[in-house]
Write a protein that binds this ligand. Structure first.
Ligand code: NFS
Length: 653
């Protein structure tokens, strides 16, 4: 294979391909090089390496692989126990990451509500009111500020709550709530479930894989219906609930003649302020003095989704593009906070003038410049960072700049509230039109396609193949995270993408003017998908619980522990959820079989694994059709299809 061919296989993104080529020419190592130089450990990848005590690590490979009887660990732990513990610990780490993000937002929200920090305010009073009602507050007799303080206190208390249930569980369909109670899956408090899961997976504690899986669900639910939901809701109240907004995406959004600041990571607390600082007249003057035409703020990873949805600011790229962005030589500062930041960005930056700025006390990086985010004076921190970028612009080597001329238009910002308005109209906002179209068969079902990019598969490719196949089959897609960005790059986030749809979905998109793939935000915003699914159930006509909906979830290119937590809370909420690329329990047949086939009976949702995106689509569609048949609405779709076929036949004659 020629070098070019090798690179073509790495990504389906044009801009990335160009930059991989340029990085290779310059001898700059990237994740793609490291992925080809190092194979994943097959035992660890399959979930059967136990390193939870110092008698190990014990590698409990199956008889078939090792040519000998299935082993147990030194303590006697079986494959299924070890695989479930490893799986559960991924859930715990993922839930902790999302929830700690949520806690950070809640703390800043509370400080802002108390008037202790400048710069943050209330942008969505309606949502604040809703939160007040969720917490049973006396909303009628409280001022906005009093309400904000009480909501902030209640949200913060959800993390340390020891008894009872998380308040937002009440938003779920009643049947789901009862199921959670019956199976003891209802989370008591967010931190408590993470701690208990870590305890139970310590060596010599919980030995029953089913029991471990249930606690993993309780922990994951404390993420989806707790920490993540709190993050989403409070960010909306503070920064505004997203409405559809046009933007552009890919490395081509970087500007050769402007100061480029990339905000990379997850928490919008600081990036919102960086946006404000980039418009500061003094800093703009300084930029001009330094020879720049302006200050260009672009996002990366989930921070990108946040600033696009709320400000229409461009997205430089998704997870696997972070080193490639720096390799353009045009990034004056990459500002990072927490999660999904490769340590390699600093090494890449050392080939250029790029300043990597860490901002969180939780996430420092050797060699990077640390400018700690002080929420008491967020604007001052943001200005300091932007000033550093502007000053650094003078050090840019213009001859080393290579910005691929690749960018795509997209529409983002479909909160579940917006879907309500768009489909039902401002005066009769409701999910009824969506439900009616599902019942009538124009829309076959709903898919949530979310998650990361993984250097073990062709970058972006499985997401796009899967989603094109789904929309071709009239399945409307809700997306978040790095998959949402992959869709943006591939042009699937515009109403024109209706051309890829089946006749039924195309008709809806054309009538309403929406893309067939709706960008709902960052990964914590998967909570919006839960809310949308719940709204569809509550609208009526499609069953009484989420597991009765003609719906399915997928993460074709997942890589982070957060994705496992997300997957598990979707499964525990009743969703059939398929992962691609790899699955972390395959070394234990017993445990994998339990996740794939054993859970459905009690929870209504279950896991699956399918690395081929087209087969993955077929499985999701088969599940959707099974649910349509159970609801008795399969006939409606057959009629619609017949109508279309007849119409085509008529047109042909
Ligand atoms: Ni989600 Fe967002 Fe991307 Fe994966 Fe990372 S940025 S929180 S974990 S890689 S989708």
């Amino acid at each position: 294979m020629t070098k070019k061919k090798v690179h073509e296989h790495l990504t389906s993104c044009d801009a990335s391909r160009q930059m991989i080529e340029i990085a290779a020419q310059r001898g700059i190592e990237t994740v793609f090089d490291r992925a080809s130089a190092m194979r994943p450990c097959p035992i660890g990848a399959a979930g059967v390496c136990c390193k939870n005590c110092a008698m190990g690590p014990c590698r409990v490979v199956s008889a078939k692989e090792a040519g000998e009887p299935a082993k147990v660990g030194l303590c006697g732990a079986t494959q299924e126990t070890i695989a479930s513990r490893n799986f559960a610990r991924m859930v715990a780490a993922g839930a902790a990451a999302h929830s700690d993000h949520g806690r950070g937002v809640a703390e800043v929200f509370l400080l802002a509500a108390r008037g202790e920090i400048p710069g943050y305010g209330i942008k969505d009073e309606q949502k604040l009111l809703q939160l007040g009602l969720d917490f049973g507050l006396d909303v009628a007799n409280l001022s906005v500020q009093e309400l904000a303080v009480q909501v902030g206190e209640k949200c913060v208390s959800q993390f340390g709550q020891q008894e009872g249930e998380l308040v937002f569980l009440k938003r779920a369909p009643l049947k789901r709530q009862e199921l959670w109670r019956k199976h003891r899956l209802a989370p008591r408090g967010i931190d408590r479930e993470v701690v208990e899961l870590m305890h139970r997976t310590h060596t010599g504690v919980d030995q029953d894989y089913k029991n471990i899986t249930a606690q993993a669900a309780r922990c994951a639910l404390s993420d989806g219906w707790g920490g993540s939901l709190i993050a989403t809701e409070l960010q909306d109240v503070m920064f505004g609930t997203p409405v559809p907004v046009a933007g552009s995406i890919n490395l081509g959004v970087l500007k050769a003649d402007e100061v480029n600041v990339i905000v990379h990571g997850h928490e919008p607390l600081l990036s919102e302020m960086v946006v404000v600082a980039s418009q500061d007249p003094d800093l703009l003057d300084l930029a001009k003095k330094n020879g720049a035409a302006g200050i260009n703020v672009a996002g990366m990873c989930c921070t990108a989704n946040e600033i696009l949805m709320r400000h229409g600011l461009p997205i430089a790229g998704n997870f696997l593009q972070q080193e490639l962005a720096i390799a353009t030589g045009a990034v004056d500062a990459m500002v990072v906070d927490v999660q999904c930041i490769m340590q390699a960005v600093q090494k890449t930056a050392e080939n250029f003038h790029t300043l990597v700025v860490t901002t969180s006390p939780k996430a420092k990086m050797q060699g990077a410049t640390h400018i700690e985010f002080d929420e008491h004076d967020a604007i001052a921190t943001a200005k300091k960072i932007v000033r550093a970028a502007v000053e650094n612009f003078t050090r840019r080597d213009r001859k080393a700049v290579n910005i691929p001329d690749v960018r795509t238009d997209m529409v983002a910002g479909f909160s579940h509230e917006t879907i309500n308005y768009l489909l039902g109209g401002t005066f009769r906002s409701s999910y009824k039109p969506l439900n009616d179209n599902i019942i009538g068969g124009r829309i076959r079902g709903i898919a949530g396609v979310v998650g990361c990019n993984n250097a073990r598969t062709t970058d972006d490719e499985p997401h796009i193949l899967l989603i094109k196949e789904l929309i071709k089959n009239d399945v409307i897609v809700l997306t978040t995270g790095c998959v949402a960005m992959a869709c943006g790059k591939a042009g699937l986030l515009t109403p024109e993408a209706a051309k890829h749809c089946g006749a039924g979905l195309a008709e809806i998109c054309e009538t309403v003017g929406i893309p067939p793939v709706l960008h709902l935000g960052s990964c914590v915003d998967n909570s919006r998908i839960l809310m949308a699914a719940t709204a569809v159930v509550k609208e009526g006509g499609l069953g009484d619980d989420i597991n009765e909906l003609p719906a399915a979830g997928a993460a074709p290119g997942w890589m982070s522990e957060k994705a496992v937590s997300i997957g598990h809370y979707f499964v525990a909420s009743g969703v059939y959820t398929v992962f691609g690329t790899t699955f972390p329990t395959l070394g234990s047949q017993v445990y994998t079989d339990y996740l794939f086939n054993g859970l459905e009976e009690s929870w209504g949702g279950m896991w699956d694994f399918e690395p081929d995106p087209l087969k993955m689509a077929a499985k999701m569609i088969a599940h959707i059709d099974k649910k349509r048949a159970a609801l008795g609405i399969d006939k409606a779709r057959e009629r619609v299809l017949m109508d279309m076929a007849m119409r085509r036949e008529l047109e042909a004659t």
